[in-house]
Design a protein. Structure first.
Length: 543
């Protein structure tokens, strides 16, 4: 089979002229499988021109074209299927989008009616009709949203779009409805804040825009800088097409939550057709493509996010993460380094670079990047707290086995944030690992546990401190709680096994070590194998 695939891919790359429509269709599919998207589009277009009534050709052409963003081909295929009454309900949205983009409100009305008649996605109809009314200036958009009753999904979609429609219409005093919608939006909250602020800023209401952009998130800070500089903020929802794009994004996320990945990806891709200036559309489309193991295509989509967009930093983070998931470590490192070394690099750029270095097992280099981030940080930069950067730096030194530097950095983090459980736990546990300053180390992790009693890692630290002190019953109780909350954690399960073995509970110890061994690697795996075979010895004790 592999040989056959190579032959087909080679044929596609050689641009062999098809002798029959069927040959052209086969070559188009082979080109698509080989990643030659432009050639695949050309092949599907030729096959569709030769056989405009062939539903198989049109359906495959449509699927390919939507994924590739070849909208002329996608629309030709969709109209061919519609003529034969073979257009699937999810593909109907492409024809709605075509009409919305063209401002052909009569055609849009017919297509929305068809969505309702097909029933599967009828819950979106009130929102579609509201934006249709807004675009055509015929009727009150809000009256259509009021009809969204009897369906939880329809009501939820209407509630999300009501404030966007009011803002697009230029209604005053929209802060309260927008804030209510944001609070109910869950993962969509950041996007709604940016969209609302962009729309407010576009019509000159900068004070309300800035009020919506309050917060430490780097995207909000970037949008604030644009508003303060009186520059446009991308992502405004000011027209029917942009409003429908928001609907497609929400629909994509909901379909993904129902494990309908191909349909979700199609809706997300359609949102990029409706609102190509919106970073969110590209980011969600990329994420859904990546979850179908199409990382290269996903990375390419993220290249469409403008460098001055408030979400540009988040898109860069996503791009680097997807490259690493695709085992493109050097490309990921190169992009992170370029951003960190560019003129005007931010603290976030340096932290991202350091994180990539940590992931690639270069903690000494990461520690230097964190040090640069600390030098660059100012009190006006709220993207990262100073204590957090010292904690990151200490962790990098710790991973590099430079304990003096690690301890100095961790102690500085503790001086800056003595009530932060993560700081207390790291500084305390690092000393427990080295069997030094045990009384103070126990005090630190005990205080961390008081502040965060449900954190499994912190519970483990206190349990381990008590184990080292010889308080086995209390230690085992805490370590069991930690293992229940973090059942896949290697270190917690190994600690529990050591405590069981020391208490004479040898069978339970080996079960705990076996649980730890499932996810252990390298030296940890070898040590656990030895414990399972021979039991606990001083040489095999966990740190």
């Amino acid at each position: 089979m592999a040989g056959a695939a190579l032959v087909l891919a080679g044929a596609a790359q050689a641009r062999v002229e098809p002798t029959t429509p069927l040959a052209g269709y086969a070559q188009a599919r082979a080109a698509a499988s080989a990643g030659a998207l432009e050639q695949a589009s050309a092949g599907y277009a030729a096959a569709l021109a030769a056989q405009p009534d062939n539903e198989v050709v049109a359906s495959q052409a449509l699927t390919h074209a939507v994924g590739a963003g070849d909208w002329p081909l996608a629309l030709r295929a969709a109209h061919a299927l519609e003529r034969r009454n073979a257009l699937l309900p999810d593909a109907r949205f492409l024809l709605v989008a075509e009409a919305f983009r063209a401002g052909d409100w009569r055609a849009a009305g017919r297509q929305v009616d068809a969505v309702e008649q097909e029933q599967l996605f009828a819950f979106t109809v009130p929102v579609l009709r509201a934006w249709l009314a807004f675009g055509s200036r015929e009727g009150d958009p809000l009256s259509f949203l009021a009809a969204a009753s009897g369906s939880a999904a329809s009501e939820a979609y209407a509630a999300e779009h009501r404030p966007l429609l009011l803002l697009a219409a230029g209604r005053e005093g929209m802060s309260a409805p927008i804030r209510e919608a944001i609070e109910a939006a869950g993962p969509r909250a950041l996007r709604l804040r940016l969209a609302a602020a962009a729309t407010l800023a576009q019509r000159g209401d900068r004070d309300e825009a800035l009020a919506l952009l309050a917060g430490d998130d780097s995207s909000l800070a970037a949008a604030r800088r644009l508003v303060e500089a009186r520059r446009p903020v991308p992502g405004a929802v000011a027209g029917a097409a942009a409003g429908m794009a928001e609907l497609m994004v929400r629909l994509a996320l909901d379909m993904h939550a129902q494990d309908l990945a191909p349909v979700a990806a199609s809706f997300a891709r359609l949102s990029t057709y409706l609102a190509p200036e919106s970073a969110q559309t590209w980011m969600i489309a990329a994420e859904l493509l990546a979850q179908q193991e199409r990382h290269e295509a996903a990375v390419a989509l993220l290249g469409r996010v403008a460098g001055d967009d408030p979400l540009a930093g988040a898109a860069r983070d996503q791009r680097i993460r997807l490259l690493m998931e695709a085992d493109e470590d050097q490309r990921a490192l190169g992009e992170a380094r370029s951003a960190a070394e560019a003129e005007g690099a931010s603290v976030a750029d340096l932290v991202r670079y350091a994180e990539v270095l940590m992931d690639q097992d270069r903690p000494s280099d990461a520690a230097r990047a964190f040090a640069r981030a600390l030098e660059l940080r100012s009190d006006e930069d709220a993207s990262y707290s100073e204590w957090a950067l010292w904690l990151f730096r200490g962790g990098a030194h710790d991973e590099a086995d430079d304990w003096p530097q690690a301890r100095a950095a961790l102690e500085q983090a503790y001086r800056l944030a003595p009530d932060q459980p993560l700081v207390l736990n790291y500084l305390g546990y690092a000393q427990l690992e080295r069997r030094e300053n045990l009384v103070e180390a126990e005090r630190l992790v005990r205080e961390a546990h008081r502040l965060a009693p449900n954190n499994g890692a912190i519970t483990d630290s206190l349990g381990w401190a008590l184990f080292l002190k010889g308080d086995l019953p209390e230690a085992i109780s805490l370590l069991e709680r930690a293992a229940e909350s973090e059942p896949a954690d290697v270190e917690i399960n190994e600690h529990l096994g050591d405590a069981y073995f020391t208490a004479g509970r040898r069978v339970e110890a080996r079960f705990a070590w076996a649980a730890a061994r499932v996810y252990a690697e390298g030296g940890d795996a070898a040590r656990l194998d030895a414990k399972i075979r021979t039991g606990l010895t001083p040489q095999l004790a966990a740190r």
